[in-house]
Design a protein. Structure first.
Length: 443
């Protein structure tokens, strides 16, 4: 859902015969951005609630469709309050909404939480590098913990038809209504793994319907790509399909591609609720945009939850300039070298530098196959520096390139200077997770 189209979701609500719909609005980069924004606006920190829910709440309420979304970001209660205000304007009186909070802390509350964890001997080591916890205490701005299915299931059990969470394990947004409807227990590992696979297949909207498919020209009506629907039974079987008449295709190939998307070890896909063995999944193509999945094995969950800690980490400056023929690549490379020399002249020592040649090798770098020299190349140069002033001074070096660099510079584009909130991925013990479910009723 993050940056995705809404019309396939509205199409699904109108004629997909569904009971629940979920919207995944967050990624780790989104969390970083929301933490950065909340520094200046403490009452914000949620995603685009208006876009996510504004056009779907009324038709969902009229059809009895439940909604789950993590658009609460790092401030789910405030996000839910905005949703209640929208529901009031739409006349949805009596509708119950819930905010799942507690996994999201900011400022001093986060620093106190970290101190408490470290006193208990929790290392908070970096999951990627193994480093001990490094960010200075004063730079820490927030923390989000990836919660599992049960807070949302609790909210549903209390009558909420719209549930707004913070950072959440993606597949758990779809697993929650299955746990609520079928009454699966916390140790029902095979069913929890099965529901996690269902959620994983649905979470990336159009991918399982042929979006970003390797043979994209085989996908019919890509301009009207539909979103996937799961018809789920308590017997551990589900049919993956899409809204009838929508564009795209659902077959064993599109399902298997999505099944392998962003999973790490396929024999042990770790979530807050269960460890799922994706190699156990049986996939049967029934034809007619219907694929059955079954036979999923699950193992007990781990004793840890993933958390991301946001901390201030300098300022980012980014500029682009394009060169045309002749010798476009040479012009771009010489300009990059000149800009690096200008930094030395100005006394700016970047903390990090990234230089890319778009149109030449910016996507796969040295793996780019040999080819004819491109007619046009865009130089993208980004710096992370210690101060906002240094970032601004670097950007002032771009417009002079029109007259003080290689010939025929054009298309200069600058991104505004922004403060960097980096994320420290780590693990905390399950027993140190906390959450609160706040149910609100539209007056």
């Amino acid at each position: 859902m993050l940056g995705d189209r809404l019309d396939p979701a509205l199409e699904m609500i109108a004629r997909g015969n569904i009971d629940y719909i979920a919207f995944d609005n967050l990624g780790e980069l989104t969390i970083s951005d929301l933490q950065r924004r909340r520094i200046k606006e403490p009452d914000k920190g949620y995603a685009d609630i208006r876009r996510c829910l504004g056009s779907v709440m009324k038709p969902c309420a009229e059809k009895g469709i439940g909604i789950i979304t993590n658009a609460g970001g790092i401030n789910p209660v405030a996000g839910a309050q905005r949703a209640v205000e929208m529901a009031q304007r739409q006349g949805l009186h009596g509708l119950k909404l819930a905010a799942v909070s507690g996994d999201d802390t900011v400022g001093q509350e986060t620093r106190m939480r970290i101190a408490g964890l470290r006193r208990k001997g929790v290392a908070l080591a970096n999951m990627d590098t193994g480093e001990d916890f490094g960010p200075p205490e004063g730079d820490v701005v927030g923390m989000s913990v990836y919660l599992g299915v049960y807070p949302v299931a609790e909210a549903m059990g209390r009558g909420s038809r719209v549930v707004i969470t913070g950072r959440y394990a993606d597949a758990a947004l779809w697993l929650a209504p299955l746990v609520h409807e079928f009454g699966w227990g916390k140790a029902d590992w095979d069913n929890l793994a099965f529901g996690t696979v269902v959620g994983h297949l649905l979470e990336c909207t159009g991918l399982v319907c042929g979006g970003s498919f390797t043979d994209w020209r085989e996908i019919p009506n890509l301009e009207r790509l539909g979103y996937p629907i799961a018809e789920v039974s308590d017997a551990g079987e589900a049919i993956i399909t899409k809204t009838e008449g929508s564009g795209g295709i659902v077959n064993d190939a599109t399902v298997k591609l999505q099944l392998l998307y962003e999973i790490g070890d396929p024999t042990a896909y770790i979530t807050p609720d269960v460890v799922a063995d994706f190699t156990s999944v049986r996939v049967d193509d029934l034809g007619g945009d219907r694929v059955k999945i079954s036979r999923v094995r699950g193992m007990p969950r781990t004793d840890s939850l993933k958390a991301v800690i946001g901390y201030l980490n300098g300022y980012m400056a980014e500029g682009c300039v394009t060169f045309g023929p002749p010798m476009a690549e040479d012009k771009a490379r010489d300009t990059a070298a000149m800009l690096e020399k200008r930094l030395a002249v100005l006394g700016i020592a970047p903390l990090e530098t990234n230089i890319e040649f778009i149109g030449l090798n910016s996507l796969v770098g040295p793996l780019t196959p040999p080819s004819a020299r491109p007619a046009e190349v865009m130089l993208r140069m980004a710096l992370k520096v210690a101060t906002e002033a240094e970032a601004g001074r670097f950007l002032q070096e771009f417009y002079p390139l029109y007259v003080a660099g290689p010939p025929a510079a054009c298309g200069i584009m600058l991104q505004p200077v922004r403060q960097v909130v980096s994320l420290w991925p780590t693990l905390i013990p399950w027993e140190d997770a906390c959450w609160n479910v706040k149910v609100m009723e539209v007056a």
